[in-house]
Design a protein around this ligand. Structure first.
Ligand code: BTN
Length: 281
């Protein structure tokens, strides 16, 4: 006697391709090292890269004691309430295309945020994830001096603030440099677990990395980055080591630098912080 399976409802019918994709394990980013605590997942993965760790290695930590941010800043994040993750790339890319590795990490996190929480986050140049003027995630790339060079790209994405955090002894969010930070829960009301977010992020990252390495890939990723970047067309304040300038962000160059029109002159910035200005600012 054969058991009859019920006729599937239309919403349960998947294409063969979708079933294959859903059931196939990732070809890349499958080697995930999970730690309770480390100094910095970037620092550790740079050391692993120097020891020969392969392309696609991933380190995730519950907490970091010396998280690194852009421009030599500290990166502070809620213990267990953030995805703290670094990925090692050993890509066949030209040096001027290397910045696109940060872009695929940011675009992967953006897609994961949308898929898991529905968050309408955008990018702020170079690769912050923002909801309005609040920062939800930041990306830091570090070049590893192997031959050929490897690149470690780390992302810290705030998912939710744990109860009682930050502790009053830390002086509050302002003292920790978090006054302009937000979590995906703040933005959407939905709590996503780190594992759920990590899986969605690594799935997206695999698609984006394959796309980047395909013929014509760098140009296609650059188009996707510009499309997701809320900075283009905005009035911005660009903060550099030597001071701050105000202008209209007009584009992103092939090498990743931000172009800004300042008093009728186009200037390009490779390393800077950008503030999106509102009407009267
Ligand atoms: C920024 O300043 O916006 C970049 C922050 C990047 C933080 C992440 S957290 C995981 C990884 N490990 C680090 O030490 N930094 C990055």
């Amino acid at each position: 006697m054969s058991e009859e399976s019920p006729t599937p409802k239309p919403s349960e019918v998947c294409s063969v391709e979708a079933i294959k994709q859903a059931s196939s394990p990732r070809r890349r980013f499958g080697d995930v090292e999970r730690l309770v605590e480390t100094t910095s997942t970037n620092e550790l993965l740079v050391a692993r890269a120097l020891d020969g760790a392969p392309d696609g290695s991933v380190i995730v930590a519950d907490r970091q004691s010396e998280g690194r941010g852009r421009r030599s800043r500290k990166w502070v994040s809620p213990p267990e309430g953030a995805l703290l993750c670094s990925v090692l790339f050993r890509p066949a890319l030209l040096l001027e295309e290397i910045h696109l590795l940060s872009s695929i990490v940011a675009l992967g996190a953006l897609a994961a945020a949308r898929a898991t929480t529905g968050a309408g986050v955008m990018l702020k140049w170079p690769n912050d994830l923002v909801a309005g003027n609040k920062k939800v995630a930041g990306v830091l790339a570090e070049l590893v001096s192997t031959a050929p060079p490897a690149v470690v790209v780390g992302i810290g994405c705030n998912l939710y603030w744990p109860a009682g955090w930050p502790p009053p002894s830390a002086g509050g969010a302002h003292r920790l440099g978090l006054k302009d930070a937000a979590t995906l829960e703040d933005v959407t009301g939905r709590v996503v677990t780190r594992d759920e977010f990590l899986e969605a992020f690594l799935d997206e990252l695999e698609l984006l990395y394959d796309r980047l390495l395909a013929p014509g890939g760098p140009a296609r990723i650059a188009v996707a980055q510009r499309a997701a970047c809320a900075t283009i067309g905005r009035r911005v304040r660009v903060e550099t080591e030597t001071g701050a300038l105000v202008g209209i962000a007009s584009g992103i160059r092939a090498d990743g630098a931000l172009e800004v029109e300042i008093d009728g002159v186009t200037r390009a910035f490779s390393v800077a912080d950008v503030v999106h200005l509102r009407g009267g600012e």
